[in-house]
Write a protein that binds this ligand. Structure first.
Ligand SMILES: Nc1ncnc2c1ncn2[C@@H]1O[C@H](COP(=O)(O)OP(=O)(O)OP(=O)(O)O)[C@@H](O)[C@H]1O
Ligand SMILES: [Zn+2]
Length: 618
């Protein structure tokens, strides 16, 4: 219709008539001549036949009879191609689906290239991100708590600053450095700091960026990345998660992955191809050095390993200080106390802790971040976000209170267990309630007595439900799983059973697909397996019996703790001490509990579980 309207406007000086009118004019011999321009028709009437002017215009439908009619009635007619704009329009309309398809295709190609930073069709281009020396402000000051690792890489900084000094002396500087350590320990940060200290460009890429579905693409990317780096030398290439490409060859499922192996080969070739004077240092990071292809660690490649460990208590305090510089901190905040309460936290966990604390402070409209905020943030990270919005019936609450009291009372009575830090019946994460224990110092190994005590503590929850509520709930199933696993590990992995002795027995599932499966002893006889099972059974029965006896002998403590939990919802170490000493628990610290965020909104930011925190919760 729009076409017609446009036509209408252009021809408004003429007489616009209906097509049916026009046909009848033709048939009654009133039309003298006609010009056909596609659908629009323009013509002249015979003089004297129509009084209202001489020219007219109309719009024809597709009418195969038109020409016949015109000839029959002696109308002179000619034809012209349709007017330009509508022709373009037609072309566009007929090509539109095609253009759309092409557009969609280009879009997907760009997506595959990672947002199209390198433009479409850049398959072989590396996706390395460049941080140049002027924008990189990270230095060793920003990396805290891993002095040994820093010490080890100082030499590299020295070399990058003045390569000629080393070259004239003929010393061989390692070309590749492998940073090994748990996630979040600051490997990326350390690599950046090396570049920042040496004031050289920093190319970073993740091993998984090389892994593509098309064979040869990864290898081309590796080649491209090294070319770029050589142009910018001296510089650093940082490959995060190198295990994604560097897995031992021939270890993939179904006998190896061609693409990944080609990529790895290319990486090896490039590292060999540096001439001895090249000043490109390749730093790779992994938390699984054990699965890497041995070829990667030959001399001339990643021949130097630097371990970046989880920070110890002093390290944690230093890392906290680094991050607390960035937020306004109240005078009561003591980094040492926080460090003591966060065993097993990585650098990233600690950075997250400071950030969460700042968020809690902001939510409470405070100008400074104080110790209560840190306490709340720590609880959130360790135990998961509070879910106060979850509705629990009185019965469920009571059951949870007995359950957690059961854990806590057993924990308090057993000599080797970690101190109980806090007990709560506010649902957190996926748990209905939490009993949290914190070790006094960092633990690097567990002894047998400690593990046995832990098994008893795990059973304490369910036993209390049985004794005091005379019921069993599913809430304890996770406790049982963990207790059973712990007993199994004691027998089969740690060699802690007198009967079976110090030997590792079978079942190291989960590691097999990595190719170099850790020595498994599948050749265990049926009889031995039965012995293993009965040993596990014995440990479990003994610890269950122990926990039950302790709870039966201390019914008053369990009752008192349950009452306190129902009253305060969360009780701290001091209140627990009061209860265990038979005193009424002191009132909770003012504002000591985590505030309820408005309308049940969970505090923002994912509650990342600390990587290896040995803090125990049940
Ligand atoms: N030693 C540290 N000193 C100060 N901050 C640290 C330290 N370790 C980690 N962080 C903080 O944690 C963040 C994440 O660390 P980073 O990415 O370097 O860890 P990573 O070991 O590379 O982890 P992943 O293995 O997960 O890649 C850093 O940006 C920093 O804020
Ligand atoms: Zn439990």
């Amino acid at each position: 219709m729009t076409v017609f309207n446009q036509f209408n406007k252009r021809q408004e000086a003429q007489n616009q008539i209906e097509y049916s009118q026009f046909i009848s004019d033709v048939e009654t011999g009133k039309v003298q001549s006609l010009t056909i321009e596609g659908h629009p028709l323009r013509g002249q009437w015979l003089k004297g036949k129509r009084t209202d002017g001489t020219t007219f215009a109309t719009y024809s439908p597709y009418d195969p009879q038109l020409v016949d009619d015109l000839i029959k009635n002696n109308v002179r007619f000619s034809a012209k191609p349709e007017e330009e704009p509508s022709m373009l329009m037609n072309i566009f309309i007929s090509w539109f689906p095609m253009l759309l398809l092409i557009g969609v295709w280009i879009f997907f190609m760009r997506q595959m290239q990672g947002g199209g930073k390198g433009g479409a069709f850049s398959f072989g281009k590396s996706k390395a991100r460049l941080l140049d020396q002027d924008t990189n402000t990270v230095t060793f000051v920003d990396v805290a708590g891993c002095d040994e690792a820093k010490e080890e890489v100082k030499e590299i900084v020295d070399y990058l600053r003045d390569p000629s000094k080393y070259q004239t002396l003929g010393g061989r500087i390692p070309r590749g450095i492998l940073l090994c350590g748990a996630p979040g320990t600051g490997k990326t940060l350390l690599a950046k700091a090396i570049a920042g200290e040496a004031k050289v460009p920093f190319f970073s890429i993740s091993g998984s960026d090389f892994v593509e579905m098309f064979v040869g693409v990864g290898a081309a990317r590796v080649r491209d990345m090294f070319e770029q780096a050589k142009k910018n030398s001296p510089c650093i290439i940082f490959i995060d998660e190198i295990d994604a490409v560097g897995r031992q060859r021939g270890a993939g499922l179904g006998g190896g992955n061609d693409e990944r192996e080609q990529t790895l080969n290319q990486l090896l070739v490039e590292m060999d191809g540096f001439d001895t004077n090249s000043t490109v240092i390749v730093i790779a990071a992994t938390n699984r050095p054990d699965v890497l292809d041995p070829a990667l660690q030959r001399p001339g490649r990643f021949d130097r390993q630097v371990v970046v460990p989880l920070p110890d208590i002093r390290g944690r305090e230093q890392i906290l200080n680094v991050h607390m510089r960035k937020v306004p901190i109240a005078a009561d905040v003591d980094g040492n106390v926080i460090a003591r309460g966060t065993p097993g936290f990585s650098g990233a966990d600690l950075a997250n802790l400071v950030n969460e604390a700042a968020l809690f402070a902001a939510r409470r409209n405070k100008r400074l971040v104080d110790m209560l905020d840190f306490e709340a943030a720590k609880d959130k990270i360790m135990m998961g976000a509070e879910r106060r919005s979850m509705v629990m019936s009185e019965e469920e609450k009571k059951n949870t209170a007995y359950h957690e009291s059961g854990h806590a009372v057993v924990a308090k009575l057993l000599p080797k267990s970690d101190p109980v830090h806090k007990v709560t019946i506010i649902p957190r994460g996926r748990a209905l309630g939490v009993t949290m224990q914190l070790p006094e110092q960092d633990r690097f190994a567990y002894d047998r007595g400690y593990l046995l005590d832990r098994i008893a503590i795990l059973f304490g929850g369910r036993i209390a439900e049985e004794l005091f509520m005379n019921q069993m709930t599913t809430g304890a199933s996770n406790d049982f799983e963990r207790a059973t696993q712990m007993a199994r590990d004691m027998v089969t992995r740690y060699g802690m059973s007198d009967k079976l002795g110090p030997m590792v027995y079978g079942e190291n599932e989960g590691e097999v697909f990595l190719g170099r499966s850790i020595t498994t002893h599948k050749n265990v006889s049926e009889a031995t397996m039965q012995q293993v099972d009965s040993e596990i059974r014995r440990i479990i029965d003994e610890q269950y019996g122990l926990a039950r006896r302790l709870l039966e002998e201390n019914r008053d403590k369990v009752e008192a703790m349950t009452a306190a939990l129902l009253e305060f919802e969360t009780i701290d170490a001091e209140q627990i001490d009061d209860i265990m000493a038979g005193r009424p628990p002191r009132p909770p610290k003012p504002n000591g509990n985590v505030p309820t965020p408005k309308s049940g909104d969970t505090p923002s930011g994912p509650a990342s579980a600390p990587t290896t925190a040995p803090a125990q919760e049940v």
